[in-house]
Design a protein around this ligand. Structure first.
Ligand code: FE
Ligand code: FE
Length: 394
């Protein structure tokens, strides 16, 4: 009697996190093999626009698995037409392996939604469930609750306790555009992605006209940030008109200013490492503030933006002493674009159109007040920016 793991997923693209999860499950459950089964059409969520075809994902997964012992790729779902329902896959494998023990492997999100799937009981009749956590906050508690509910339905659920590479496919696709996904991909897979030009890798993003830049830039954001970025773009362009700066530069800076904001602290640091950037002490300790630096690097190296745009993005969170007009405009636009709502924003909006330095000063003061209130560390650049403004006030 063999023990077989079934690991389904979009594998869009396959990465080291998948391989480590499969290997962790194989060890923890003493599996003879893990079958990796890429989905054709996912009934849960459609693949993001521009995703590679099933055969491309299958090829990448085969490359990723290579000759790793105990891992095998199956194209059974891709060969079926229509949506890939897991119960069909598991029942087909049960029929093929009547006497073996089957474990259906899944991530936490999948476990939490399992009961809403098509025919979950039919899966439970054929296989035990094994969940590989991603190491997120509150995850253990959520898994324990769901495990109890599923247990009452007769499910056997094992939680695999292994440190797993915490990267999502969404972040990985972002890192591919930023050209710093190397840490998370088997080398062959990375090379093949570039060779085939999948996920926008290998494409040039330099000097795109605004109409082409916009979907690319917005596609890299968390969806809940899109409105803010569009608001910032329009406000920056409006302020540029008011104060006599280059409107196009202002709009491009607004559109790109948060382009790396979706990356968490560790991914910010990965990007800096990949770009060969040494960090000052403050940034290394506060990686969340790094999106201004990493955004400026991406604007320069990936999008080929002008130095004026790059430096405005660089200083948009902390400010700096002696800012130029475009830098001031982006800082202020980011602070008071129409979607912002906090006490004092109306005053800031008034000043933005009548006294730009006054708006900048107020913005910096409010930021420092909030940081002090929250007992957080203050960037030396912000302090110097404010000191400079106060010393040079007419
Ligand atoms: Fe920002
Ligand atoms: Fe912003």
């Amino acid at each position: 009697m063999a023990r077989i793991g079934i690991y389904g997923g979009a594998f869009n693209p396959p990465h080291l996190g998948h391989l480590r999860a499969a290997e962790a499950a194989r060890e923890a459950l003493a599996l003879d093999k893990v079958l990796l089964v890429p989905t054709g059409e996912s009934p849960h969520k459609p693949l993001p626009e521009g995703s590679p075809s099933g055969p491309d994902r299958l090829d990448l997964l085969r490359l990723a698995v290579g000759d790793l012992p105990g891992l095998e790729v199956s194209d059974m779902e891709l060969r079926r037409s229509g949506p890939s329902y897991s119960y069909e896959t598991v029942e087909a494998l049960r029929a093929e392996h009547p006497d073996d023990e089957l474990y259906f492997l899944m991530g936490t999100d999948m476990l939490l939604s399992f009961r809403t799937w098509r025919e979950p009981e039919r899966i439970l009749k054929c296989a035990a469930l094994a969940v590989v956590p991603r190491g997120q906050k509150g995850e253990k508690e959520a898994i324990a609750r769901e495990k109890a509910v599923l247990g009452s339905m007769g499910a056997r659920v094992t939680v695999i306790d292994a440190p797993v590479t915490a990267i999502s496919s969404t972040d990985l696709r972002r890192m591919l555009v930023f050209r710093c996904a190397g840490e998370f991909l088997p080398r062959d897979v990375e090379a093949e992605i570039e060779k085939r030009g999948l996920y926008g890798a290998g494409r040039s993003y330099r000097d795109l006209p605004m109409a082409e830049l916009e979907p690319v830039a917005l596609g890299l954001l968390n969806p809940n940030r899109v409105r803010h970025v569009l608001g910032c773009r329009d406000t920056a362009a409006g302020l540029a008109r008011r104060w006599g700066a280059d409107e196009t530069d202002a709009a491009r800076a607004g559109l790109l200013h948060d382009v790396t904001k979706a990356l968490d602290g560790p991914l910010q640091l990965t990007l800096c490492r990949a770009y060969g950037v040494d960090l000052d002490a403050f940034s290394a300790q506060n990686p969340k503030t790094l999106h201004a630096l990493t955004g400026s690097l991406v604007a320069e190296r990936i999008f080929g933006e002008d130095p004026a745009v790059v430096s405005a993005i660089r200083s948009h969170t902390t400010g700096k002493p002696n800012m130029n007009l475009l830098e001031k405009i982006l800082y202020v636009a980011d602070y008071m674009e129409p979607n912002r709502d906090f006490p004092g924003v109306e005053r800031l909006r008034e000043l933005a159109w009548s006294d730009l330095d006054g708006a900048l000063t107020l913005g910096l003061e409010m930021t420092l007040d909030v940081l002090r209130e929250q007992g957080r560390e203050i960037s030396p650049e912000s302090q110097e920016a404010l000191r400079y403004l106060l010393a040079h006030k007419e």
